[in-house]
Ligand binder design. Structure first.
Ligand code: PAF
Length: 279
């Protein structure tokens, strides 16, 4: 697997492949790779001839009190995992490659970035949109794969690419889960063993709420019940549990068009997110 560190090397490698008639898939990550990320690489491999993966812990998507400094960094282990998963190229830009001296541009994707995680993490989606726009424009792959686990992020990126005519197809990949239902996440590593035992309640509460919603319970009631069950189980705080239109992320009362129930809740110092399709 080839490793490159500059935007020019990334672009040269990808355009070389494209000149040979090969289709290139791209998986942007912040490292601390787990099977969830590797499933994105696998998905990209089914759709493309070559797969490039970026690893960059993006400071602009972390709030001042968030975990940027303690976010796990394990470049060598990540490269070994990617090699094993059949990645063809890893892109490891440094801070100056992504945010050169004097960097002054930020992309805001209105509406779809607002509410949910956007309300709890001000500036987060501008940080994501800005870095993803840069990564896609630096590499210009044919397609890029993002996990549905970060569902709001996926919708923000779809909107961004459409609005800015970025010529890259965006593919969403289903959330990979542990056997007890917990969505795989780099942040699961922060959980104590007690918290880890409680964590699958998030998936269970969403599953139960989805069943109630399909049976006709109004969203407000179904989401309140789910939230109360999390607090009873030992979650410290629920940031939100909401039913939203699956594409626009506008709030909905009943799942008529495709809808998604989304949640973020705290177990101790760790914030977990998850979401499920409702219809
Ligand atoms: O989902 C992530 O890991 C990050 O938000 C992303 C898309 C790599 C941007 O930094």
């Amino acid at each position: 697997m080839k490793a490159v560190r500059s935007p020019a090397e990334l672009r040269a490698s990808i355009s070389d492949w494209q000149r040979q008639g090969l289709k290139v898939g791209f998986v942007p990550t912040m490292g601390a790779l787990h099977e969830g990320h590797l499933s994105l690489v696998e998905r990209a491999k089914t759709l493309a001839d070559k797969v490039a993966v970026s690893i960059f812990v993006n400071p602009t998507q972390f709030g001042p009190n968030e975990d940027f400094t303690r976010y796990p960094r394990q470049e060598a282990a990540d490269q070994a995992l990617l090699e094993g998963a059949g990645g063809d190229l890893v892109y490891l830009p440094d801070m100056a490659a992504m945010y050169p001296q004097g960097f002054a541009t930020s992309i805001t994707v209105a509406h779809v970035s607002e509410g949910l995680c956007g309300a709890c993490r001000p500036g987060h989606f501008s940080g994501v949109a800005t870095v993803v726009a840069k990564l896609l424009l630096q590499g210009l792959p044919d397609l890029a794969v993002f996990g549905e686990k970060d569902y709001q992020q996926l919708q923000v990126i779809r909107r961004l690419v459409l609005d800015l005519d970025i010529p890259v197809r965006i593919v969403g990949a289903p959330t990979l889960r542990e056997s007890d239902g917990l969505a795989k996440s780099s942040r699961n590593a922060y959980l104590t063993s007690e918290e880890r035992a409680i964590a699958p309640r998030l998936f269970q509460a969403l599953t139960e709420a989805a069943v109630s919603l399909r049976a006709g319970l109004p969203a407000g009631q179904a989401c309140l019940q789910a939230s109360q069950s999390l607090l009873r189980a030992g979650f410290a705080k629920v940031d939100y549990i909401e039913l939203r239109d699956a594409q626009s992320l506008e709030p909905v009362d009943h799942p008529t068009a495709p809808a998604r129930i989304l949640a973020a809740a705290w177990l101790g110092r760790t914030r977990l997110i998850d979401n499920l399709p409702v219809c």
